[in-house]
Design a protein around this ligand. Structure first.
Ligand code: TXE
Length: 481
């Protein structure tokens, strides 16, 4: 699948150009291991040019638009994304190995983010504040200025939608550094944004390595806000860089999210969610429900039902659209296999088989259910970021909360129970940015504020919360006597 644009170029100031070094990086199809395109190896000089273009856009036509005009551009962009749905989905499936149906869902989500933030652009208001006699006081919500966006490879379109959508709606000018394993739909998005009428410089895309283009973006003194989704280790570096320039930073760093199943749960309803929350996108999901905590009296029953489901999962190249495709890269496959090697044979409760005859260079990993494991075992503590679910028994509510809250993360949690009081109690006690009661919403909810506590990061994206994050509040106090 070849993109309709030249993917070896950068998108800066509304035009395509080669990177300063002229160097390119390979784009590998994870389903086959074959190179099918090249992307630019952007670096510091390219980031400088992108930030300069963004600053000029703010001082020029982009900065002069009203909120309603910005919103209309995003709404046009939403339609253009849908018009290109098939091409975008195929591009993503080929680039990151995501099964076609899941890639299509990401396109719909991207369009929905543009629609949501397009509609919301002129709904963001300040306040008037009662103050002393003779004063009128009000607040203004203003854009930060140039915003830097560092995006991972697992849900490129969704994360671009939530981050760039909110930043543009509030009037910032963006520099986007997509992950080296997933640049194509970011470049396509910039092209569509240009077609939708986005003024030059309002959105610039600089592909390249994290340690080069990414580090240069986080260190740039004219970038006034950073948003980052990725690993904890890189998140720390981004936060340190943000501290050097005293700029706010939003970090979304993944998790080890618990799905807590009580003996009174409706298992027929829960089962598809329990499985899907772990294996969607081959488990490469920040909000994956990768720890299933089950009340001891139904442990064996649930283990048997999960084992049957997980053993039957299908695996194929992304374009064949099975339940799982390959992992994004040979590197990610090695990470996941390294985790799996820590399990003893009695801890592997179920494993699907990778079918014979798949392309040899593909990064396929069999979905696996792990059990007989203590809650503090590394497999039950660390984000594996592959199709690996861990099953852990608990005795009662207190025990469930203790195990659920017993990792360094806190992104999402779910509670499966028919007891309404218990649902409410746990919703309060669980350390997480989102709690789902009798459902699981990984990747869902454009409208729903999303983000973590602890090592899952800080700051909130999605919904209206993101618009507050992408603005700075100014208080104006007028003394008129
Ligand atoms: O992440 P990185 P990687 C987790 C997941 C996975 C692990 C490693 O557990 O196994 O991270 O993945 C850019 N300055 N998540 O190595 O390095 C990089 O180019 C600035 C969870 O891919 O965090 C890419 O654009 N930027 C996660 C982005 O950071 C830098 C999604 C993410 O890459 C940089 C992805 C630097 N010094 C991985 N170094 C989630 N929360 O969903 C790298 N980057």
């Amino acid at each position: 699948m070849q993109p309709w644009f030249d993917p070896s170029l950068l998108f800066i100031n509304g035009t395509w150009r080669a990177c300063a070094s002229g160097e390119t990086l390979p784009v590998i199809n994870p389903s086959t291991g074959e190179e099918f395109a090249r992307i630019a190896r952007g670096g510091g000089a390219d980031v400088d040019a992108a930030v300069e273009a963004a600053s000029a856009a703010l001082a020029g036509p982009w900065g002069a638009l009203t909120a309603a005009e910005r919103g209309r551009i995003l709404l046009r962009l939403s339609h253009l994304v849908l018009d290109h749905a098939e091409a975008l989905a195929e591009m993503e499936a080929t680039d990151v190995g995501k099964p076609l149906t899941q890639a299509k869902a990401d396109v719909i989500a991207l369009a929905r983010y543009c629609e949501f933030y397009g509609g919301a652009a002129d709904k963001l208001t300040g306040q008037t504040i009662p103050f002393q006699q003779g004063y009128t006081v009000y607040t203004l919500r203003e854009p930060h200025g140039v915003t830097g966006h560092i995006i991972p490879w697992n849900y490129p379109m969704q994360i671009i939608g939530r981050s760039i959508g909110a930043a543009l709606a509030t009037g910032n000018a963006c520099v986007l550094k997509p992950a080296e394993d997933a640049c194509l739909t970011a470049l396509a998005f910039a092209d569509l944004a240009h077609q939708a009428g986005l003024p030059a410089g309002a959105l610039n895309v600089v592909p390249g390595l994290g340690t080069e283009a990414g580090a240069a973006l986080t260190a740039h003194p004219d970038v006034r806000h950073l948003s980052f989704t990725g690993s904890v280790a890189t998140g720390k570096r981004v936060q340190i860089a943000a501290a050097e320039n005293i700029v706010p930073v939003t970090l979304e760093l993944g998790g080890k999210s618990p799905q807590i199943v009580f003996a009174d749960a409706d298992l027929d309803k829960a089962l598809p969610f329990l499985v899907n929350a772990g294996i969607q996108n081959a488990g490469q999901t920040c909000s994956a429900g990768s720890r299933i905590l089950v009340q001891r009296e139904i442990h064996d029953q649930l283990a048997a039902r999960l084992s049957a489901e997980i053993s039957a999962l299908t695996i194929a190249p992304a374009m064949e659209d099975a339940r799982l495709g390959p992992l994004v890269s040979a590197r990610q496959k090695a990470i996941v296999e390294g985790f799996l090697a820590q399990a003893t044979p009695d801890q592997i409760l179920a494993q699907a088989s990778v079918p014979e005859g798949l392309p040899e260079g593909g990064n396929y990993v069999a979905p696996t259910l792990i059990g007989n494991i203590a809650p503090d075992h590394p497999l039950a503590q660390n984000e594996i970021f592959g199709p690996v679910q861990v099953l852990i028994p608990f005795d009662d509510e207190d025990d469930a909360v203790q195990i659920a809250n017993g990792t360094k993360y806190g992104l999402v949690a779910s509670v499966w129970s028919a007891d309404g009081g218990r649902q409410m109690r746990l919703a309060k006690r669980l350390h997480a940015g989102q709690v789902f009661l009798n459902n699981y919403g990984a990747a869902g909810g454009v409208e729903l504020p999303f983000g973590g506590v602890g090592h899952s990061g800080h700051g909130r994206e999605k919904g209206f919360e993101a618009m507050y994050a992408f603005t700075t509040l100014k208080t104006v106090a007028a003394h008129h006597g």
